[in-house]
Design a protein around this ligand. Structure first.
Ligand code: ADP
Ligand code: 5GP
Length: 202
């Protein structure tokens, strides 16, 4: 059987500070079949963030131009900044059999689920809102106003949990990483990913 499978669209969401970035880095270090979709954003880079690796950092004008060109698979205003997934980061790669990971907010995830019902969606939950606040503050990357806004949004975001395929509580980090890896391993075995390979062999 040929090993040319259809790629997976893997959507990861969860409140800011819950540990998405940490889980995603770990997963990608373990699984080279996964490529990260680098989003465009109008937010300013944080210390240590690299343009075109973490985000495509764009001006408001550049973002407007991308919108006008219909370059986004989904886009949303999140915590007062604009973010969007570029079609160019996703579509060809899926067709080539790569697994593309999107770390996006709930508004964007719902748009993707609508357009790509076979996307695999995982919602990361904090053990508690108190712990979420501790992590967000511990990261020391946001202003006080930003932290308050992110915490307020978190309560609305978790209400959308039932729209996702899977949930993981990120309490013990090792356990959460392993659960995520198991989800990906199982999802890779869906029969639908093998259909292209079967047709090619005929
Ligand atoms: P997000 O990408 O969801 O905003 P990060 O990955 O930046 O979140 O994590 C926020 C903070 O929480 C970081 O300082 C990270 O090291 C820490 N963190 C992540 N997972 C855990 C965990 N399971 N237990 C304790 N701290 C964690
Ligand atoms: P941060 O500013 O902390 O990097 O991200 C803030 C939020 O924006 C997170 O919930 C993150 O998942 C989300 N986000 C990042 N990129 C995108 C994107 O392209 N589209 C959408 N809808 N959300 C995004």
């Amino acid at each position: 059987m040929k090993e040319h499978l259809t790629g997976m669209l893997l959507v990861i969401s969860g409140p800011s500070g819950v540990g998405k970035g940490t889980l995603v880095k770990w997963l990608m270090s373990r699984d080279p079949s996964i490529v990260f979709s680098v989003s465009a954003t109008t937010r300013a880079p944080r210390e240590g963030e690299v343009n075109h690796r973490d985000y495509h950092f764009v001006t408001e004008e550049e973002y407007d131009r991308l919108l006008a060109e219909d370059a986004f698979l989904e886009h949303a205003t999140v915590h007062a900044h604009r973010y969007g997934t570029l079609k160019s980061e996703v579509e060809e790669r899926i067709a080539k059999g790569q697994n593309v990971l999107l770390d996006i907010d709930v508004q964007g995830a719902l748009q993707v689920m609508e357009k790509a019902p076979d996307a695999v969606s995982v919602f990361i939950l904090p053990p508690s809102f108190e712990e979420l606040e501790r992590r967000l503050r511990g990261r020391q990357t946001e202003t006080e106003a930003d932290i308050e806004r992110r915490l307020a949004n978190a309560r609305a975001e978790v209400k959308l949990l039932p729209r996702y395929t899977y949930a993981i509580v990120n309490n013990d980090l090792d356990r959460a990483c392993q659960t995520l890896e198991h989800i990906v391993l199982a999802e890779k075995q869906r029969t639908t990913r093998y259909l292209a390979a079967l047709t090619e062999d005929e």
